[in-house]
Structure formats: C-alpha cells, structure tokens
Design a protein around this ligand. Sequence first.
Ligand code: SD4
Length: 314
Amino acid sequence: KVKKPIVVSTWDFGIAANKAAWEVLKKGGRALDAVEAGVHVPESDPNNHTVGFSGFPDRDGRVTLDACIMDEFGNCGSVAALEHIVHPISVARKVMEKTPHVMLVGDGALQFALENGFKKENLLTPESEKAWKEWLKKAEYKPVINIENKSYDSKGTTAFNPLQLPGNVYNHDTIGMVALDAQGNLSGACTTSGMAFKLHGRVGDSPIIGAGLYVDNEVGAATATGVGEEVIRVVGSFLVVELMRQGYSPEAACKEAVMRIVKKKPEKAKEIQIGFLALNKKGEHGAFCLQQGFSYAVTTGETPEQEQLIKGKH
Ligand code: SD4
C-alpha cells in the first residue's frame, strides 16, 4: 500500500518546515505547492543563519542564495548566487513556470525576481554581520561537521547564537524537502545560503538539478545536504533516484551514493559531512550520511508516524 501523502526534509528544523507543507498536503494539495510552502519557513526564519533571510554571508559580506525546485512532470527551475530576496525558492519556481530556462544566476536572477514582484531586501542581519566580522579576524575556511544540528534544540526550534561559536567555525546548512501528494505525485525543493564565508560567486550543489535535488515521478525523489562540491562530483541526487529505479530501497540508494563519494575522495570524506535523503513512489523513505549526526523529519497522515525525527544512519 502506498503511504501518502508524505513529506520528508533534512535536519531537525525540517519538523517546522514539514508542518507548513502538511497544511497543503492534508487538503489534497499538490506536492509542488507543499514543498514550496514548507521551505519558506526556514527561508524567512531570522534565527536560521544558513537558509534565506539572515543567512551567513560570503567572505565579502554578501548573502548569496541558491535554490531549486522540481515537479512531477520533470519541470524544474533554479536560481544561484541570488541576493536580496527572502524566498529564492519562489523565484526558482517562477523561472520554471514563466521562462523557457531552468537556471538564472546572480544579477540576472535578481533582475528577474524584481520584475516579477519580489521585494528587494537586506538579508544581512546585524547578528550575521557580527559573525562575519568575527570570522574575518582569522579568515580560515573549514566547514564543521554537523554544525547544522548544533544550532537547533531537539524540537527543531532554532536556538542558535553564532556569536557563541568560536571565530573560525563555519556554518552550513540546507533544507531539502521532497513530498508525495494524495494523487501519488512527487515534487521537491532545496534552498540554502550555502557554505558560510564562501568565495563570492561560489555555487554549491543545492541549486543544481541532479546534484542537490532530483525528482522522477516514475521512481522517487532525493535531496542532499553537506559539502556541495562532493555532491556535485557524483551528481548525487540523480544517482540516488537512478539506484532506486534499479530496485534499491531509499536508504540503500543513499548509502551507495555516499560510498561513491568515499571511494573518490577517501581522505576528504573523513573531514566532511554529506547526507542524502530519499522518498520513493510507494512513500518509503530513507537516508544515509557520511558522519553521525544527520537527521531528517518525516510527516505523514498515519500514526504513529505523524511527525517524526529520524537519525540518519551512517
Ligand atoms: C552547499 N550543500 O552549499 C550546501 C550546504 C549544505 O548542510 O547543505 N549544508 O554546499
């Protein structure tokens, strides 16, 4: 029996995002609308310093956002290195629905957003600016494993003060969300401010269709979190979906994708976190991560699984 509707998303803060997605799914709404509404939650959360508004800036002090979205028909849209817009996922959706293109970047993405009624805002909050200035003192670039979940309490509520972190700690964090709606259709969304204090112009896996997110309505959907460069190298989310097509369970597919990264870069793999999360057409979900500490949130209409935070195996 197909378990639907169902929505899954990365990290503890996925719980709050799933709630918003569930409001759409429980009324029989489309998975695409659900994932867009869901990821809006961390995008506008002033206490979340790694997605959308109040995201940590790049090393020049600019907040640049990456996001993509994909629906059950294989339509997709993406923005990368977008500045000044609180909800990049909705700009990505507009790119998908209103243009003949898949991806817009930088100034072009901003121009398109403004032409489509999005408001230009300052995304750099005083808190994020202070953390950046603190970082500048040493200016070392070294992502810390699982910094995402150190920012949240067990309920997924934001409880993070970047200024309590030592000056050379980097925060990276992405919400990837995939959902199966009551009609049995899949969609997904992925949005992030990317690696904190990255080089200006750096784009991660999150807005790259196939890397940070992939949806194939015949098979399933997958999303990635962690160090994007390594995910891009193996076209991670596409790989997970193709493995599910070959009969792998969601968890086994995620594990195989992680192992590809380990095989390619064994030394690097010791120092970084990568997590994949997958959902198949039957509503089965699973995840696998390189290091302990990755979690994902599941919301379904069925008890006892109504709302659950699952530790990713590693
Ligand atoms: C990136 N994959 O920009 C993102 C960061 C991330 O958990 O997911 N952090 O590389």
